[in-house]
Design a protein around this ligand. Structure first.
Ligand code: F1P
Length: 293
């Protein structure tokens, strides 16, 4: 058993704990908000930003922390960081004029000095370098703050964890993940998970952009995984390429948990330790002052 497997499996109970939290300091309706993070945390920022804006709660932009445009007049900046130590996140917060809030697994880190308000999810912290449950729990908490009713998701995740993956997915030589709106962030995250944990060849696209070139990659022994609603005709079109299509009904965040399972399964099939991915640490801590934009 790896930490990654344990942490993936713990998501139903960790999600239930996240949903019990009552937090303050998160963006209020009507505020103009920027959400920043790096890697997985950036992809969760993308998902939340799209959901918040779609919910009519205000203009919301997501940026990789390194690209945060500090000159723009935001009402609040939200940073996501499991470790609380990622250099680019700390540097971006230092340049913010607006009130800042950070979501972290570890408040005993520099993030607590850098952000005006800290929301901690220590019970979602992880041993594996590869993030799963912190990211999904943070997104769940943020979705709940938008007024979504999510009490059924822990049970749905439990069922998803108990359902075997299609053998075509585990054997696929390449997987492309697609999304629309908020699920673009999930597609990006799923693709990153397989690269980190399993050194797998993955790609991710906006679903409607997929026809504009990337579909050339689809072929037998490859797979396409669609998060959220599939654009009209796309599933049939991908089927015609011979690629396996994965498109589960239900909440797309639950589908992301199955992508976690795929990352673990492919790593195991390749004899890799997904807890300690090649060339990767728990967080990126850069020496010297980070580049400013
Ligand atoms: C962000 C991150 C992770 C990545 C790796 C390096 O960390 O980029 O997404 O998987 O572990 O760090 P954090 O700011 O959320 O701690």
């Amino acid at each position: 058993m790896t930490f990654l497997r344990d942490e993936i499996a713990s998501q139903p109970s960790v999600w239930a704990r996240a949903l019990e939290l009552s937090v303050s300091g998160l963006p209020a309706p009507g505020e103009r908000v920027a959400v920043i993070g790096c890697g997985t945390s950036y992809y969760m920022a993308q998902a939340y930003a799209a959901l918040r804006e779609a919910a009519g709660q205000g203009e919301t932009d997501a940026f990789p922390a390194s690209e945060f445009p500090a000159v723009r007049p935001y009402d609040r900046v939200l940073a996501l960081t499991r470790s609380g130590t990622t250099t680019e996140v700390l540097a971006a917060l230092a340049r913010c004029a607006a009130p800042t809030v950070a979501l972290t697994a570890d408040p005993a880190t520099p993030i607590s000095e850098a952000a005006g308000t800290v929301v901690a999810l220590p019970f979602a912290d992880e041993e594996s370098v590869v993030q799963t449950r912190f990211a999904t729990s943070a997104l769940l908490l943020l979705r709940a703050s938008l007024g979504e009713s999510l009490s059924g998701l822990p049970q749905a995740a439990e069922e998803a964890l108990a359902t075997p993956l299609a053998p075509e997915l585990v054997a696929a030589e390449q997987v492309t993940f697609l999304g629309t709106g908020w699920t673009i962030g999930l597609a990006n995250e799923a693709a990153l998970k397989l690269r980190e944990a399993a050194q797998a060849w993955t790609e991710s696209y906006h679903a409607m952009e997929y026809r504009h070139g990337p579909i050339s990659i689809a072929a037998p022994d490859r797979a396409v995984w669609i998060f959220g609603p599939a654009p009209d005709g796309l599933v049939a079109e991908v089927h015609r390429t011979g690629a396996h299509v994965e498109h589960a009904p239900g909440d797309p965040l639950v589908s992301l948990v199955r992508a976690h399972l795929l990352a673990a399964a492919v790593a195991e099939a390749r004899g890799l330790n997904p807890d300690r991915p090649r060339n990767l640490d728990r967080s990126v801590i850069l020496a010297g002052p980070p580049a400013r934009n």
